[in-house]
Design a protein around this ligand. Structure first.
Ligand SMILES: CC(C)(COP(=O)(O)OP(=O)(O)OC[C@H]1O[C@@H](n2cnc3c(N)ncnc32)[C@H](O)[C@@H]1OP(=O)(O)O)[C@@H](O)C(=O)NCCC(=O)NCCS
Length: 183
């Protein structure tokens, strides 16, 4: 898929590039990111470079589409959001993080809305899902604001920081998003 740009009032999104490496290396190192994701902590030297290289390869092979989230107001790199299709089922999983200095500005919600639109309009998906740890209600709120529906609690589904944790699952279907269109 060609370079894709997504755009709203608050954020623009584009494929990750090598220019993002230093921002990711700095922002992804915060403990608050690792507490709620599988981003390692401490964040090893070179990890951001590897992450960007992998994302670019996945984009080329259409295995996943990982976007940089750029805050419109400042023009700054603020975080990442990726959509990972499982093409046999025409569905995808979304994951994301926003750098700590940018929290609470509506950026994750704006980005999730854009990636959902990308998933249905460009990838022609039927279902887009995401999940979060119970100790991270802000992420659930982001999913709700993007019109994903709560589907349930998977007990002990995720092994994270040496313990099994529950996962709260959300999803949106094409029929929720475009109720008058079957394809
Ligand atoms: C979760 C995260 C993505 C939110 O990003 P953000 O840009 O601050 O999100 P938004 O500003 O769009 O929305 C956050 C919402 O959560 C709400 N919120 C914040 N803390 C909350 C809490 N403890 N309980 C409930 N809601 C909370 C905010 O009030 C806001 O909702 P509102 O607009 O109705 O007031 C960001 O904090 C983050 O990257 N965290 C670490 C990594 C992570 O959790 N990734 C997702 C893994 S599933």
């Amino acid at each position: 898929m060609k370079k894709t740009l997504l755009d709203s009032d608050l954020v623009s999104m584009r494929p990750l590039g090598t220019g993002d490496v230093s921002f990711i290396q700095r922002l992804a190192a915060a403990k608050e990111i690792a507490n709620n994701t599988y981003v390692p902590h401490p964040y090893p030297p070179g990890a951001a470079e590897e992450f960007v290289a992998k994302a670019r390869e996945q984009w080329r092979s259409e295995e996943a589409f990982v976007f940089a989230i750029v805050e419109k107001a400042s023009g700054q790199f603020a975080g990442c959001m990726g959509i990972h299709p499982a093409s046999a089922h025409n569905r995808a999983e979304v994951g994301y993080w926003i750098g700590l200095p940018y929290w609470g500005r509506g950026l994750a919600t704006a980005a999730l809305r854009l990636i959902i639109q990308f998933g249905f309009d460009k990838l022609k998906l039927n279902r887009i899902a995401a999940g979060h740890f119970p100790h991270n209600p802000a992420s659930g709120r982001v999913m709700q604001k993007a019109k994903m529906r709560y589907e349930g609690r998977l007990r002990g589904a995720l092994y994270h920081h040496d313990e099994y944790k529950d996962e709260l699952r959300y999803a949106i279907l094409r029929s929720d998003y475009k109720p008058h269109q079957s394809q």
